[in-house]
Design a protein around this ligand. Structure first.
Ligand code: GDP
Ligand code: MG
Length: 445
């Protein structure tokens, strides 16, 4: 996104004749870049209108030099994008000397548990007595994952292995830490893979039980189109007061950030920039847009536009990989996700090499359940892991443990998935080899 907008402005700078037509073209190009980056159509129309109004190209004195025109345009683009990610409402500011309760919400795999620890650590290092409460009773390993993170960060935590009602665990944890005069009490909740009704019911129950001072929605920055509807659904039910966008280290969060703020009129407070505890940046609208437009630091900014064509691009990538005999874990994820979209399992599983065997003898229901659990596992992997051939996971078993915890599955299931992946990638290799042989044979003929 940044690159494309930046290119549009640069093109204009290079245009020998900085006339109204060149200006119109630039505005058009910026708008289509925004549209392509999943920003809402109405927002883009509004932006187009206001850039035109602010610059009033026609009314500029005829002797305005090109530099000044360019500066005016750059300023207008900057102002309006900044305006879009700035909801002009202040997020909750925790106060010293009292218990500030912060509840996290978001879908499975969005990065809640990771971000909880990051935030607790953030406040801890700023002199707040901080702690964590695990109210994710949905997934078996959730408490373990939080425990591990908290222990690493030396942050006190609370959770239960026996209590299955998240509202009860949350209330117990909050009550205990209030009594102990903790100043930041962060409550992690469970997510589901989809926006399921029971997730929302549970969220409201926890919220009612603990009455948080702030609810934070954690949004995966790489989900593209889905940002708007997802953040709106959560806003309507949980009325969160702040957003954390995660996984921005891939560079794909520009459109998502703009859409999320515009859809919910809620400020973004932090960006997750990696898996580790320190990988978090404060969100600042001006700095963010400046970086986005390439006015400031351009490093790490990867074209967001790729993420819109995500599905088709991912499929193309997989096909390309297959032709080369490569088959990453992400390729496997694409295949599984696509099958789940296509429905009745027994019909389609057989069409994918290597999958028919895995699903044979299973009812559609069991097969679907199995694939769902596989998706949970994929979701808990990092991008690097998904793009690998699986060896880093096999060579570093702690990764498997982390993934099993994060996905609420077992290490055995993660291992099983990796074994299955190996089978499938073996088939892919053969296919690649055959194609290569055929190509060679054709050349010789
Ligand atoms: P939850 O299900 O919402 O609690 O999500 P988790 O906190 O378990 O995170 C899911 C996966 O995303 C894990 O593999 C995390 O390491 C990873 N993750 C979370 N935040 C970030 C981030 O900002 N950048 C990257 N690259 N990975 C992240
Ligand atoms: Mg979690």
């Amino acid at each position: 996104l940044g690159r494309r907008i930046n290119a549009a402005v640069q093109d204009l700078s290079r245009a020998p004749n900085l006339d109204e037509k060149a200006f119109d073209n630039m505005v058009k190009e910026i708008c289509s870049a925004l549209l392509a980056a999943d920003v809402n159509v109405k927002l883009v129309q509004g932006l187009r209108k206001s850039i035109r109004e602010q610059v009033k190209f026609k009314d500029l004195p005829p002797n305005t030099n090109n530099n000044n025109k360019r500066r005016l345009i750059q300023q207008a683009v900057f102002d309006h994008l900044t305006h879009l990610v700035d909801p002009h409402s202040e997020p909750y500011k925790p106060k010293k000397g009292k218990s500030n309760v912060i509840m996290f919400v978001g879908l499975q795999g969005a990065g809640k548990t990771t971000s909880c620890t990051k935030l607790a650590r953030y406040y801890q290092t700023r002199g707040f007595k901080s702690c964590l409460v695990c109210a994710d009773t949905f997934r078996a390993g959730a408490y373990d994952q939080l425990k591990q993170n908290a222990t690493k960060a030396k942050i006190p935590y609370y959770g239960s292995l026996t209590q299955t009602d998240p509202a009860v665990v949350a209330a117990e944890g909050v009550a205990r830490f209030r009594k102990e005069k903790f100043e930041i009490i962060i409550v992690d909740t469970s997510g589901r893979h989809q926006q399921e009704a029971d997730l929302f019911a549970e969220m409201v129950q926890v919220q009612t039980a603990i009455k948080p001072d702030q609810t934070i929605m954690v949004l995966d920055g790489t989900i593209g189109q889905a940002v708007e509807s997802q953040s709106m659904a959560f806003k309507q039910t949980a009325n969160f007061g702040a957003i954390i966008i995660t996984k921005t280290d891939g560079g794909a969060a520009g459109g998502g950030a703009i859409s999320a703020v515009a859809a919910t009129h809620t400020p973004i407070i932090f960006l997750g920039t990696g898996e580790h505890m320190m990988d978090m940046e404060r969100f600042e609208p001006k700095a963010f847009i400046s970086k986005l437009l390439g006015y400031g630091d351009m490093t790490g900014l990867i074209d967001h536009i790729q993420s819109i064509t995500r599905d088709s691009a991912a499929m193309k990538e997989t096909q390309k990989h297959l032709a080369e005999g490569i088959f990453t874990i992400r390729d496997m994820k694409e295949q599984i996700t696509n099958i789940m979209k296509m429905g009745p399992l027994s019909k389609v599983a057989g069409m994918i090499p290597g999958l028919g065997g895995m699903m044979s003898g299973m009812s559609d229901q069991d097969g679907t359940e199995k694939m769902k659990r596989m998706i949970y596992i994929f979701d808990s992997m990092t991008a690097k892991e998904q793009d690998s051939d699986g060896k880093i996971l096999i060579n570093e078993p702690t990764r498997m443990t982390r993934i099993a915890h994060g996905s609420g599955t077992s290490v055995r299931e993660v291992e099983e998935l990796l074994t299955q992946h190996k089978v499938m990638s073996g088939i892919a290799k053969n296919m690649g080899q055959n194609k290569a042989n055929m190509a060679r044979a054709q050349k010789m003929m």
